[in-house]
Design a protein around this ligand. Structure first.
Ligand code: MSP
Length: 507
């Protein structure tokens, strides 16, 4: 089984901000976890280049649109690497392979009789890259962008979305987990049940885009071009291979609710029209607000993920993303929370536990740990439950609940140190066996934490294993009590998350 996951392809009218990093990191946590379970994975991300707003920014900068996108696409290509995200393919909608596929795809919809010509006379929000109806506006403005949409009157080609209402309802009624979480599913279902309007799939008067195969004077509307990336990439990501056979429709799309309708309504209908099966699952996470404010360049709070990586390291950023708000629910997050989590949770709970454990092994046992002297049932049970719970949690896209679950073990181990007081045990030779057991349990527990956290903290997990003299074996079955390999030469480990400089502390 292959786990195929996608992020939205991001608009390149601007540079990446923390909101984009959020989805990309989430998709990587899921993918890394599935890899640990021995599954094949495929991670697709990339950029959406044919938007009107991209074209306008290029014009403002006095650049040909292609030159502009060629430059800025590199900043976006670097994003996953900077976040320690392992992608399999980075798609650009100006790739020849994508353009070719989109034309074929739209031609199939056309041949199927689902396209007709009409005049579009109405509003268009360039921020959303979406046609708007009056009732979607608040005081005449797009509520998301706070801008007055533009009036457009042009000959367009329309897609008969309305004729897919029954098939979409049937799909939703037979696949209740098609859209997750449940409240988003309900939103989609009531939107479809309320009646669907046909939508324009082309733009006249805009030279930037993929020309329609049956009328080259028009380009594909940016969404009719962008959504298709999830399929097109599979046809050319690996030269000579058609990955559709293996990966379609086993795909999980990840995104925030801003683009829910496009993915949960337009996209399945387009696929059905073109003769494809609909995706396996669409997961909608919340739209992260920073201290109740939408993240945007104009508000001046478009936090640069790279600046955070520089200050706190990439793992602290990934950890914050998983815990800032419950994944899948709407939420407001405070970036200042990252410093707090860095110090309290990563530094104290996890980092100190490793420092203390290794220091005690070095001091009381000369750096040596032998095979398990006995079996501590409570720890064994807790770890067995963790193994099952996190697996189920990740299957349900519950990134927050899963890391919380792992943190329960981190806390249990800290409590274990306080309760067992190894330094007291070390004072009396009669307690030697007990001390061996406690040190083994702590080292083994930390080993389990490292493996369980590896998807979230890919930089830190190997450091923990190496400090404990353990092989870097991240297979999920390693999340089991008692698998610690006997080892010599453990030394007191340096802090995993060193104290921050005061300036960063105050951030
Ligand atoms: N180009 C379209 C997507 C086409 S996919 C076929 C687009 N691009 S976007 O750059 O605006 O990206 C929107 C997505 O970025 C959101 O759905 C989400 O995945 C991510 N986010 C951007 N800002 C975000 C937050 N503030 N919070 C959470 N996710 C955010 O729409």
């Amino acid at each position: 089984m292959t786990f195929y996951v996608t992020t939205p392809i991001y608009y390149v009218n601007d540079r990446p901000h923390i909101g984009h990093a959020y989805t990309t990191i989430a998709a990587d946590i899921l993918t890394r976890h599935h890899k640990q379970r021995g599954e094949e994975t495929f991670f697709l991300t990339g950029v959406d280049e044919h938007a009107t707003k991209v074209w306008r920014v290029a014009e403002e900068q006095g650049l040909a649109p292609q030159d502009y996108v060629d430059r800025i696409a590199e900043d976006w290509r670097a994003l996953p690497q900077q976040l320690n995200v392992q992608t399999d393919f980075f798609i650009r909608t100006s790739d020849d392979g994508h353009k070719r596929f989109v034309r074929e795809f739209l031609q199939r919809i056309y041949d199927n009789g689902d396209v007709y010509e009409d005049v579009y006379a109405g509003l268009y929000c360039v921020g959303c890259e979406a046609f708007k109806t009056e009732d979607e506006l608040v005081d005449g403005k797009c509520p998301l962008h706070n801008t007055v949409p533009e009036w457009i009157e042009e000959k367009n080609y329309f897609f008969r979305l309305s004729s897919y209402q029954d098939r979409l309802l049937e799909l939703l009624d037979t696949r209740p987990d098609f859209v997750q979480p449940q409240f988003r599913f309900n939103e989609v279902r009531s939107f479809v049940a309320g009646g669907l309007r046909d939508f324009s799939i082309s733009r006249a008067g805009q030279p930037w885009g993929i020309p329609l195969p049956w009328d080259e004077s028009q380009v594909a509307y940016v969404w009719a071009d962008a959504l298709v990336n999830y399929l097109s990439a599979l046809t050319y990501a690996r030269p000579g291979e058609d990955l559709r056979e293996e990966l379609w429709p086993e795909v999980r799309h990840l995104m925030a609710q801003d683009i829910l309708r496009f993915h949960c309504v337009y996209w399945p209908a387009m696929l059905l029209s073109a003769g494809y099966t609909v995706p396996k699952q669409i997961f909608i996470h919340g739209y992260l607000l920073l201290d109740e404010l939408k993240i945007s360049k104009s508000l001046g709070n478009a936090v640069d993920p790279l600046a955070l990586v520089e200050t706190y390291g990439v793992d602290a950023l990934r950890f914050w993303c998983a815990r800032a708000v419950t994944f899948g629910q709407d939420g407001s997050a405070s970036i200042s929370g990252i410093a707090d989590r860095y110090e309290r949770e990563l530094g104290n709970d996890l980092g100190n536990l490793l420092s203390r454990t290794t220091a005690m092994i070095a001091r009381f046992r000369d750096g040596h740990i032998s095979a398990a002297p006995g079996r501590t049932a409570e720890l064994a049970d807790e770890i067995a439950a963790l193994q099952t719970d996190v697996r189920a949690g990740i299957d349900a896209f519950d990134l927050t609940g899963s890391v919380d679950r792992i943190w329960v073990l981190v806390r249990t181990l800290n409590r274990y140190v306080t309760e067992q007081k190894p330094w007291e045990l070390a004072k009396d030779e009669a307690n030697a066996g007990r001390l061996d057991q406690v040190l083994f349990d702590l080292a083994d527990g930390l080993r389990v934490c490292a493996v369980a956290l590896a998807a979230y903290l890919p930089e830190t997990a190997p450091k923990i294993l190496s400090a404990l003299g353990q092989p870097e074996d991240l297979r999920w079955e390693q999340v089991e009590y008692g698998r610690l390999v006997p080892v010599d030469g453990i030394e007191a480990a340096p802090p995993l998350f060193p104290r921050l400089e005061p300036a960063a502390d105050a951030a």
